[in-house]
Design a protein around this ligand. Structure first.
Ligand code: HEC
Length: 130
């Protein structure tokens, strides 16, 4: 059974790598995905104070203030493009935020990625400060 040992150790890395995206992809709920993918920087309350926020060059945006900053109307397309990675935030083009569109696409393809980005956008819309 000596070859059995080498088979296990050879397979272990790919098994471990595969398991993470499958678990991460198991929900399409905007709130749950936010907790999973976004809260580390933006905070559970989306106000920009997640545990990783201090390590970033730029402070993560307070996502409850987007509509207010945009003059009262939540800019759906703009927010979707930012999450996806089509638009950079701010005039100077620094991008501390991961390109979620590409990450989600790498999990389950383009259509799935668009559904996720839309669900996240709708969740952010639902938590706008009045
Ligand atoms: C690694 C940290 C990090 C993670 C994780 C992260 N963000 Fe961000 N996000 C930022 C930073 C920093 C900014 C401020 C702009 C910049 O990058 O320069 C930002 C900006 C934004 C903006 C723009 C807000 C505005 O005022 O226009 C949106 C929308 C957003 N993030 C949504 C999300 C969503 C949704 C997720 C999860 C899928 C997420 N972010 C995950 C760091 C992060």
């Amino acid at each position: 059974m000596a070859f059995g040992v080498s088979t296990i150790s050879a397979q272990e890395p790919s098994t471990t790598i595969k398991r993470v995206p499958v678990q991460a992809a198991s929900t399409m709920d905007g709130h749950e995905m936010f907790t999973h993918y976004c809260a580390v920087c933006h905070g559970n309350d989306a106000k920009g104070t997640g545990p990783a926020a201090g390590a970033l060059k730029k402070t993560p945006a307070d996502l409850t203030q987007i509509a207010r900053r945009a003059g009262g109307k939540f800019p759906e397309v703009h927010v979707q493009r930012i999450i996806q990675g089509d638009d950079v935030v701010g005039a100077h083009g620094s991008r501390d935020m991961p390109i979620w569109g590409e990450l989600f696409k790498s999990l389950r393809g383009k259509e799935d990625s668009q559904l996720r980005v839309t669900a996240l956008m709708r969740y952010i819309d639902s938590i706008q400060a009045q």
